[in-house]
Design a protein around this ligand. Structure first.
Ligand code: SF4
Length: 652
């Protein structure tokens, strides 16, 4: 039987298990990436493994999420990351050089390789044929130590693209269309493989916009076949020799095929406050817009900003609207500057930000109260922009720029008809700059160029909390939460909180503060307890602090109707038991109830027990399910992955 692209790459990297959907497999990892909010813990955990150097082909540390240096803490973190990269043999990308996914795509991502990253949008270079997966920081530390990455073998879904995008419809609209159809849970346990004549017509930046947004579908990864376009793009990055031909076999079998006719697509938005709240732009036409931001790892490439620059030629940003461009990488900034587009956009009224995540996680450019912001980002969860009552729409750079020109949401096709001289910008590349792309070597420190001597830890760098063994019997339901609680709800990513990411004792004070600001103190006073949640608990960022801080506060178990993939793995990694409950049980449990797990949990976890009986206030009982592989049970029994790995080394 023929193979899919996914099966070919996984087959080449398989060290344990079989490629049967639903079965746990162990795969060898070629490359890892970490960013600054997750990286400090990754390196502290790597240090705890007592290894001399990174064992993967390549490791890269980026400084992108928080590049504004308010006080010494963030700068200390960046210095620590530089020292760790140098000490252990990783590349270090300096603050301001760009967002990890953009910079990794430009410099290191390669077809046929496996990439594991401590960021949920790690699958972005799938557009180049790399099989890239987001995971918790501890999984990255273990992979860097040469350990396999374990994941349930996903189903491989074929998204077959026909036709060609019409004028003003973009790759962003392909991804938004799928989100509207499939929802944020539609890709759970799946890898999306994009094929067909429509896929061949898309440029590499267009493909990576789509693979980036696969994360919003909940997908494990997304990938495109490689072709001449891939080869040409790699050549522009001076990396043509890294191209490999990667195609599914003609008789490859997919779990499912989704047909999309690109020719039928139109400009879309994801309305507040979920990426799958998708509608045609025309439904919101006329809505006042106070802010427009173009950038992020989704639409921050040179080729994403160029259409906006072309649309603004000879025009101005509406006086009542602020327009910000935050390029995804310094390479993008450099190319725009060299070609003169930066000056032209500035003259039109655009403000440029440095190449950083920034506004995407509420650090800078927070919208005004009771206002609409149009962003080319990938997430518009409530409060993510930095204020609770935000109203953020996600859209393409073209739709964002049309709004910047008019001050209102407008379908760019209607704007073009009104103005008469506004042409669909298209994507011809580098007309002024030549065929190559700018290089950012100056901002990447290779392992050979390391400038630190050993790890440099300032006063904000704490210790990694370690748990030894499992001691779980339930406790007070300290908090009952709704559906779709994100890791941003659990540990907010705003600058005032994120600066404590290397200091778990301090950071844990903010745990779930967006849901209930008394929670952390109540958990400490109660000496631990359990959490209750609805569907899709822990969606969003891969931030392992969302499991680490509850563990520090003594949370023993989370009862939820369902869990997001990376967060569930993080719960195992930090010794918290994820237990699934049905909707009826969820409705019946009340905050403050005493949930006593009647069965012996440590014995049940190690013996493979799948159902646990829980008594509520000694008055009624329900059954909760533990869906865990043998390895995940071993990790839980050890008290978490770090203890488990250390035990394995001792046993060896
Ligand atoms: Fe950065 Fe936003 Fe992309 Fe995350 S989603 S990597 S915060 S730009």
């Amino acid at each position: 039987m023929g193979q899919t692209i996914t099966e070919k790459i996984l087959g080449d990297h398989l060290v344990e298990g079989e490629l049967t959907p639903g079965e746990e497999i162990g795969i060898e990892i070629d490359q890892v990436l970490t960013q600054d909010t997750t990286g400090t813990m990754v390196w502290l955990q790597f240090e705890a493994l007592d290894l001399d150097e990174v064992q993967t082909e390549l490791a890269a540390q980026y400084c992108d999420h928080q590049t504004y240096q308010f006080d010494f803490k963030n700068t200390d973190d960046h210095r620590f990351l530089r020292s760790a990269a140098g000490t252990y043999g990783a590349y270090f990308s300096r603050p301001g050089n760009g967002i990890c996914h953009q910079v990794h795509k430009e410099n290191f991502a390669a077809p046929g390789k496996t990439l594991l990253g401590s960021d949920s949008h790690t699958p972005t270079p799938g557009g180049l044929g790399e099989l890239a997966i987001g995971a918790g920081g501890l999984d990255i530390a273990v992979a860097m130590g040469g350990g396999p990455y374990y994941v349930e073998m996903p189903e491989v879904v074929n998204v077959h693209l026909e036709g060609e995008l019409p004028e003003w419809a973009t790759a962003k609209d392909v991804a938004l269309h799928l989100l509207g159809e499939l929802t944020v849970k539609g890709g759970v346990g799946k890898i999306f493989e994009y094929t067909g004549p429509g896929a061949e017509k898309l440029s590499i930046p267009e493909r990576t916009t789509i693979t980036n947004l696969g994360t919003e579908l909940g997908a494990t990864s997304s990938i495109f076949a490689t072709d001449e376009k891939t080869k040409d793009w790699l050549a522009r990055q001076d990396r043509e020799e890294e191209h490999v031909d990667l195609q599914p076999d003609d008789d490859a079998e997919y779990a499912e095929t989704i047909e999309v006719d690109l020719g039928e697509l139109e400009p879309l938005v994801a309305a507040p406050s979920m990426p799958d709240n998708v509608a045609p732009v025309s439904e919101y036409e006329g809505t006042d817009v106070e802010q427009v931001i173009i950038g992020s790892c989704t639409n921050g490439a040179y080729e994403d900003i160029l259409p906006s620059a072309k649309m603004l030629e000879g025009r101005e940003v509406n006086k009542g609207t602020e327009m910000i461009v935050a390029p995804g990488s310094k390479q993008a900034s450099e190319m725009l500057a060299r070609e003169g587009w930066t000056a032209e956009m500035m003259a039109a009224g655009v403000n440029f930000s440095e190449a950083t995540c920034g506004a995407c996680i509420g650090i800078g450019h927070v919208p005004a109260s009771d206002s609409v912001s149009l962003r080319t980002f990938n997430r518009n969860f409530e409060g993510r922009s930095g204020i609770e009552d935000d109203s953020v729409f996600l859209c393409s750079p073209e739709v964002a720029t049309a709004a910047a020109i008019t001050g209102k949401i407008v379908d760019p096709r209607d704007l073009a008809a009104d103005l008469g001289d506004l042409e669909a910008p298209g994507l011809e590349m580098g007309t002024k700059y030549g065929p190559g792309m700018g290089q950012d070597d100056a901002d990447i420190i290779s392992p050979d160029e390391a400038i630190d001597d050993g790890l440099v830890k300032g006063p904000n760098i704490g210790d990694v909390p370690l748990k030894d063994g499992i001691d779980v019997d339930g406790g007070e339901a300290l908090l009952k939460m709704k559906d779709n609680i994100t890791t941003d709800h659990i540990i907010p990513a705003t600058a005032d909180i994120l600066k404590f990411r290397s200091n778990i004792e301090k950071l844990s004070e903010f745990t779930l503060s967006r849901v209930d600001d008394t929670f952390a103190q109540r958990a400490l006073d109660a000496d631990g307890g359990v959490l209750v949640a609805g569907e899709n608990y822990g969606q969003g960022s891969s931030r392992e602090h969302a499991a680490l801080c509850p563990m520090y506060l003594g949370i023993e178990a989370v009862f939820a109707q369902s869990f997001a993939r990376i967060h569930k793995a993080n719960l195992f990694n930090f010794g918290i038991v994820p237990l699934a409950i049905d909707a009826e049980t969820y409705e019946k449990i009340e905050q403050g109830d005493d949930l006593e797990i009647v069965d012996d949990v440590p014995a049940g976890v190690s013996s493979g027990q799948e159902e646990f009986t829980v008594s509520v206030n000694g008055e009624w009982e329900f059954t909760a399910d533990l869906d865990a592989s043998e390895r995940e049970r071993e990790i839980l029994s050890a008290g978490g992955k770090l203890s488990w790995v250390k035990q394995q080394h001792v046993d060896d």
